[in-house]
Design a protein around this ligand. Sequence first.
Ligand SMILES: [Mn+2]
Length: 329
Amino acid sequence: MSTPANTLSEIADALRPVQRIAIAAHVRPDGDAVGSVLGLALSLRAAGKTVYALLEDGVPSNLAFLPETATVLSPPYPALEIDCAIALDTANHERVGEATKAALAAAPMLLNIDHHGTNPGYGHLNHVDSAQPAVGQIIYELLKAAGFPMTDAVLQHLFTAISTDTGSFQFSCTTARSHEIAAEMMCAGLDTARLARLLYHTYPARRLTLLRSMLNEMQFRADGRIVSWNLTRSLMDEVNMEPGDTEGIIDTLRMIDSVVSAVIFEELADGKIRVSSRSKDERLDVSAVCSQFGGGGHRMAAGARMKGPVEAAAETFLNALEHEVRRLA
Ligand SMILES: [Mn+2]
């Protein structure tokens, strides 16, 4: 499964001599994307390098409390003079976003560090390790092995990356090493309780309003083994939804006892439908279902983009999913 073509020591050797670096992650960044980008960026800045952190969609409001998020650039980008570009947590090159991909192209060298098994290895150097629960965990190992600076701000970002991608160390992707790293961070003085409070217990009222709608409107099928919800533009407008408001909200659907798969269909501004799916049964591979619609991701968490309207997209996707769920017997 895990086939990192280049070792972390080769990645470190590539990073040491370069001075000007741009680091990016996927569109609609989550905790692992933001935490990996800024964790690596702040470490390399502390090492004296000039580092640009690029996120096509900026930092979502739920993660804005993290250190140095104001230094993240989003389009339109200035012309960057860079020696090295790095894509993190990005399963294919296009997923960094159009403007970001163009900005990264200014560098003669692209490093691709990821944990999506479907990553084709689009960099000049590639470290893709699907056994790692978060790219933030890979970055921690990289910084530690290479002796790059680990400031408190760096640790805040890397803890956020690991904590969010492992569902607070609860998902099956969590490794013993994830816990060891959290322990090492605590020993280094990191206030993990503060981060947990800000990440999981500090929500705008908007999120709870969205949650109320979700609980009112969720639909079951396949004898309660599938649950889904359509997140519509009209609801988003009604609550003035901001990016990040629904981060992890799907886990509330996933926790229902009968459910083996939860899906959210979100109407995007361009009319496309963003599908987010989760599996709760190791035998059910939602990335395989998503790949039927041009998407992908991980076995237990995957996504796709479909043509609208939302009702039709949901029906098509849920039929394919139900087919797989029924095979579990
Ligand atoms: Mn990730």
